[in-house]
Design a protein around this ligand. Structure first.
Ligand SMILES: CC(C)[C@H](C(=O)O)[C@@H](O)C(=O)O
Ligand code: SF4
Length: 477
């Protein structure tokens, strides 16, 4: 590998990871990077065709891990519940191809199965300093451990499977500094929605983001995963947080984390994974955590987000004609009128889950709001844990009972209604309070209207039947 670190000045975390993984540099500015970890899921299945067509086999199966998530049913764990031929084919093809290649697979029926971005961290497969790829845009999630993690396309999957390397152009490096204490009822999800509302869906285009500051330092590992997960919604290539004691405590003892003497050596090395004082960033954005309120989206991109105590904005007040038109279209799709108080908007469905907010702390936060309350009349509310292990943990804590008693459906792990590729959909015209990451037109089903928010806010919406300020419910106890 090329090691030109010696005579450098202060380096960023990205420089450090990049330099350690660069095998070759090409004149056009692309570098060949060694890839430590490759995740595959049921949508990746066709990539194996690329290999077969060229007579190739996966080069490093032990660095590759698979899970079935996008196409799996969430009302049952039985393969016979997949009554859609295309979905069944995708799951079966992945299972077969992974099996033949000697790739470990967390399939349907495996207690560790779940959404790829929940499973990787949970199993200790995503570690500081690694390069991590997956044919999925939300691979940015794994950057929360201080790894360089990003989504790749189908052809690139073939390249990584065959060579365990990938040609990449180094992104620019942007720092998002978040300082101060989060107010009561405000979570990592609100922070990242506030950031995207601030910089826009293309705000980090061409950049990898390093998140830093006292707010990030105080966040749990799960909160950090939520923030890195949504980096892609700001157009960022990757989101990274320097590893610290919180990171090490989360990883210690996980099945694939180093053990014993290896653990000690690894932690000693990981402590060097941070941007050096004086390292230069191409951009910096600063956010004041104490000024952030619980957020909800009202439009059809994650940028269309406002504090819950606000109103549906008026396109007439938009800065540009283009934005005015986009807002007008979004409000028409969402069935909302400018000036309506967000808290007056009635909802039909609630989805608590996804790789953004389907982890145990998310379910605990939602259950704390739901406890002793009932799902509002006419609302259909679901909890879809991010993995089988999250589901089991929640059951061990009795959270499933809190949800079921309140009238929620308690489902099995998968992507489910985040993208609806498994058939879990929101009906046309219905409005869904969702803890997922994208509120695009038709994302949760044709004509479905998505409002993004935190798990606690989604729980508040479930029990009131409207978009609601969770802080008020918390005050009542
Ligand atoms: C299906 C997959 C390729 C896609 C992604 O890239 O993110 C999906 O996970 C999503 O969230 O839209
Ligand atoms: S939960 Fe949603 S965002 Fe995450 S991988 Fe699945 S479909 Fe994509």
């Amino acid at each position: 590998m090329v090691d030109d670190a010696a005579d450098h000045g202060p380096r960023t975390l990205l420089d450090k990871i990049w330099d350690r993984h660069r095998i070759l540099a090409r004149e056009d500015g692309q570098d060949l990077l060694f890839i430590d970890r490759h995740f595959i899921h049921d949508v990746t299945a066709p990539a194996f065709e690329i290999l077969r067509a060229r007579g190739l086999k996966p080069h490093a199966p032990a660095r590759t891990f698979g899970t079935a998530d996008h196409y799996v049913p969430t009302h049952s764990r039985d393969m016979s519940a997949v009554n859609h031929p295309e979905r069944r084919t995708m799951i079966e093809a992945l299972t077969r191809d992974a099996g033949e290649a000697g790739i470990e697979m967390f399939g349907l029926g495996d207690p560790r199965q779940g959404i790829v971005h929940v499973v990787g961290p949970e199993q200790g497969l995503s570690l500081p300093g690694m390069t991590i790829v997956c044919a999925d845009s939300h691979t940015s999630t794994h950057g929360a451990f201080g790894a360089l993690a990003f989504g790749i396309g189908a052809t690139e999957v073939g390249h990584v499977l065959a060579t365990q390397s990938l040609w990449q152009r180094k992104p620019q490096w942007m720092r998002v500094l978040i300082e101060g204490r989060l107010p009561e009822g405000v979570t990592a999800k609100d922070v990242v929605l506030a950031l995207i509302a601030n910089i826009g869906v293309a705000g980090a285009a061409g950049h990898a983001i390093e998140y830093a500051g006292s707010t990030i330092a105080a966040l749990s590992m799960e909160g950090r995963l939520t923030i890195c997960n949504m980096t892609i919604e700001a157009g960022g290539r990757a989101g990274v947080i320097a590893p610290d004691e919180t990171t090490f405590a989360y990883l210690q003892g996980r099945p694939h984390a180093p053990q014993g003497a290896d653990w000690k050596r690894a932690v000693a090395q990981w402590r060097g994974l941070h941007s050096d004082p004086g390292a230069v960033f191409s951009r910096e954005v600063v956010l004041d955590a104490s000024a952030i309120a619980p957020m909800v989206t009202w439009g059809t991109t994650p940028e269309d987000a406002s504090p819950i105590d606000g109103r549906v904005p008026d396109p007439a007040a938009a800065a540009t004609a283009e934005r005015r038109e986009a807002m007008g279209r979004a409000l028409a799709y969402m069935g909302l009128s400018p000036g309506t108080a967000l808290e007056e908007v009635a909802i039909d469905r609630v989805f608590i889950g996804s790789c953004t907010n389907g982890r145990i702390e998310d379910l605990r936060a939602a259950a704390a709001v739901v406890q002793g309350r009932k799902v509002a009349e006419g609302v259909e509310a679901w909890v879809v844990p991010g993995s089988g292990l999250v589901r089991a943990q929640a059951e061990a804590e009795g959270l499933d009972k809190v949800f079921v008693r309140a009238g929620f459906e308690w489902r099995f792990a998968g992507c489910s209604m985040c993208l609806s590729t498994n058939g879990d959909t929101v009906a046309p015209g219905e409005r869904c309070a969702s803890t997922s990451n994208r509120n695009f037109v038709g994302r949760q089903g044709p004509g479905a209207r998505t409002h993004l928010m935190s798990p606690a806010m989604a729980a508040a919406a479930a029990v009131t039947g409207r978009l609601s300020d969770v802080r008020r419910l918390m005050a009542k106890g």
